[in-house]
Design a protein around this ligand. Structure first.
Ligand code: PMP
Ligand code: GLN
Length: 380
């Protein structure tokens, strides 16, 4: 058949994880923890299964989980989402983002993405028949350039996708930047898809400024998050969307014919587990320590230039002092096959494959894994 996505191949995360496995490399590429989640969470899933909670849940998700999500968002971001009409549980953030795009983007609509960006956004927009409008984040700092974003808005702009904390650059938008976004969108009808999957991974005392916390943004936003990131269970593929009722009604029309709903026992387990806030409140300190361990090792023993890691579980490095002649993809291949440490090039996060000699490491790993990687990287 003629391809719906002719320019799409296999994602870089899959490619690099396969290469890492083939060569027995330490995998700091694809973003996922190599340690277990809290055993209490596993027990809660088992209990839910044993209690017979194994049939279809309601289409938008089990009420207790939607209530727990709503309560958490209200506590953290001071915006009340009605669990009945404004919260939906999804099969990870990936499905949430696709469904949000499919429910509001019509053929010919423009959707602004800020490059570099997560690799699913572009193909999702194409599947909806939308036009991708790519606006670069400022090279070097990866900060948003509101002049460029403003210039990209046209009467056909349906939505903008914003991701903070940011994959891959690890920047976190400040309150001022979020306010600038609000001011920019104020006179428009542009919707916001706010990808906040790393909401609980912010460092050095910085706050995560959610779109939910700014009323002008909340009223036009699909807020997306993922339990996979927050609770170290990326393979469970459960996330959620919160949005005003009118937007959520459209979201659910697509959701019900997309996945219909998401697995029941995991939803019950998450609802019970969320009664305790400490797992996510402790996350910044937990990951900041790993970030600092990894950065200290890189700084002491390699010629990588470290970019800031303000949030997310990523650390980007510039390798131009080591070898300026090799592309990011080739450098990652070499790291994986010769030094047995896998990383992710930044170029696939750009449509045009922009080259900056920067690669991304994921530090969501056991300390011993990070130490093993550091020993190998010291040989560079
Ligand atoms: N958005 C971003 C920015 C991500 O990094 C990821 C996970 N890699 C996702 C969305 C998808 O999240 P999930 O695994 O919950 O589908
Ligand atoms: N989001 C993860 C990353 O950036 C990967 C998820 C995936 O493989 N699709 O590494």
């Amino acid at each position: 058949v003629p391809s719906r996505l002719p320019s799409v191949g296999t994602t870089i995360f899959t490619v690099m994880s396969a290469l890492a496995q083939e060569h027995g490399a330490v995998n700091l590429g694809q973003g996922f923890p190599d340690f277990d989640c809290d055993p209490k969470l596993v027990d809660a899933v088992t209990q839910a299964m044993q209690q017979g909670l194994n049939q279809y849940p309601p289409m938008p998700g089990v009420p207790v989980l939607r209530e727990a999500i709503s309560a958490k968002l209200e506590t953290l971001y001071h915006h009340r989402y009605d669990p009945g009409t404004e919260v939906t549980v999804t099969a990870g953030a990936t499905q949430a983002i696709l469904t949000a795009i499919l429910c509001c983007v019509h053929p010919g609509d423009e959707v602004i993405v800020l490059e570099p960006c997560y690799d699913s956004y572009g193909p999702n927009i194409e599947l909806a028949g939308g036009t991708i409008v790519r606006v670069p984040l400022t090279p070097g700092s990866f900060r948003p350039d509101f002049g460029l974003i403003a210039a990209a808005i046209t009467p056909r702009t349906r939505a903008i996708i914003v991701n903070s904390p940011h994959n891959p650059s690890a920047t976190v938008w400040t309150a001022e930047e979020m306010q600038q976004l609000a001011a920019l969108l104020r006179p428009t009808q542009v919707l916001l898809i706010s990808d906040e999957v790393y909401e609980h991974m912010v460092y050095d005392g910085r706050p995560h400024v959610s779109a939910a916390s700014i009323p002008e943004l909340a009223e036009r936003a699909f807020l997306v998050s993922s339990f996979g990131k927050t609770y170290h269970v990326t393979g469970w593929k459960v996330g959620f969307v919160a949005a005003p009722a009118a937007l959520m009604a459209e979201f659910r029309k697509v959701h019900q014919f997309n996945v219909f709903t998401v697995n029941t026992p995991v939803q019950h387990a998450l609802a019970r587990y969320m009664a305790d806030a400490s797992p996510y409140l402790d996350l910044p300190a937990f990951y900041q320590r790993k970030r600092d361990l990894f950065r200290a090792g890189l700084q002491a023993n390699t010629r990588f230039k470290l970019l800031p890691s303000e949030g997310s579980y990523f650390q980007c490095v510039d390798y131009s002092a080591i070898d300026d002649s090799v592309s990011e993809a080739d450098f990652c291949r070499r790291l994986t096959t010769e030094l047995w440490v896998a990383a992710i090039p930044l170029s696939p996060f750009y449509a045009g494959g922009f080259e900056q000699r920067i690669v991304r490491f994921c530090f969501a790993k056991k300390d011993e894994t990070l130490e093993r990687a550091l020993e190998r990287l010291a040989q560079l």
